[in-house]
Design a binder for this molecule. Structure first.
Ligand SMILES: CC(C)(COP(=O)(O)OP(=O)(O)OC[C@H]1O[C@@H](n2cnc3c(N)ncnc32)[C@H](O)[C@@H]1OP(=O)(O)O)[C@@H](O)C(=O)NCCC(=O)NCCS
Length: 167
């Protein structure tokens, strides 16, 4: 699976991204309009968004995707997802490495994210990258009334946790 390629998300990726959203996030799935709005933010100068997709050669659809938001000197991991067949292969780590490199290039000093308190694979990934819990948002995920952990990482301490070739 190492041949999975990462590239910038374009408007024509929205449809396959929505298929992944439905697979991974069910009732929390983002709409097409939300992705159009996010991609508009990526065209600004300087960009306020940075979205990437992962494509496996010979496979229909996308293997994964991830997006970053920028507010001042702080970046936010807006979303990250890997299709079931590619989970556990390190693709999530590659996507996150790419986002954090982008955040550093945009001058961000820290990255933040929210993660469902019961999302163990995602929490493991973020811990491995040096994200630390800084708060809890009670009932952040609705329906279901699940709490979100708020996590933060200082980018100055970024190490090589992913695949260095993913420049
Ligand atoms: C979170 C996610 C993006 C990680 O992607 P991935 O390609 O599996 O990531 P990696 O292969 O780099 O593995 C990340 C960690 O999750 C663990 N993991 C992966 N799949 C797992 C599973 N099904 N059950 C338990 N742990 C799992 C890996 O062992 C690894 O742990 P480690 O860092 O201690 O070695 C992916 O699981 C996913 O898309 N989940 C659904 C969407 C989601 O929850 N997104 C995050 C929202 S905050």
């Amino acid at each position: 699976m190492s041949e999975v390629a990462l590239r910038a998300m374009r408007w024509w990726d929205i449809e396959p991204v929505l298929a992944l959203e439905a697979e991974l996030f069910a009732q929390d799935a983002w709409s097409a309009g939300m992705f159009w709005s996010e991609l508009a933010g990526a065209t600004l100068d300087p960009p306020l968004r940075d979205y990437v997709v992962a494509q496996a050669p010979g496979e229909p659809g996308l293997a994964g995707y991830a997006g970053l938001g920028v507010a001042g000197d702080t970046a936010e991991v807006m979303t990250i997802g890997v299709t079931g067949a590619h989970q556990g292969t390190g693709l999530g780590a590659r996507l996150l490495t790419r986002l954090l490199r982008g955040a550093e290039e945009l001058g961000c000093a820290a990255a933040m994210l929210e993660v469902r308190v019961d999302n163990e694979p995602a929490k493991r990934l973020y811990h491995r990258f040096g994200f630390r819990q800084v708060g809890v948002r009670r009932g952040y995920y609705q329906p279901g009334n699940r709490d979100a952990l708020v996590m933060r990482k200082e980018l100055a301490e970024t190490a090589t946790h992913g695949s260095p070739e993913d420049g």
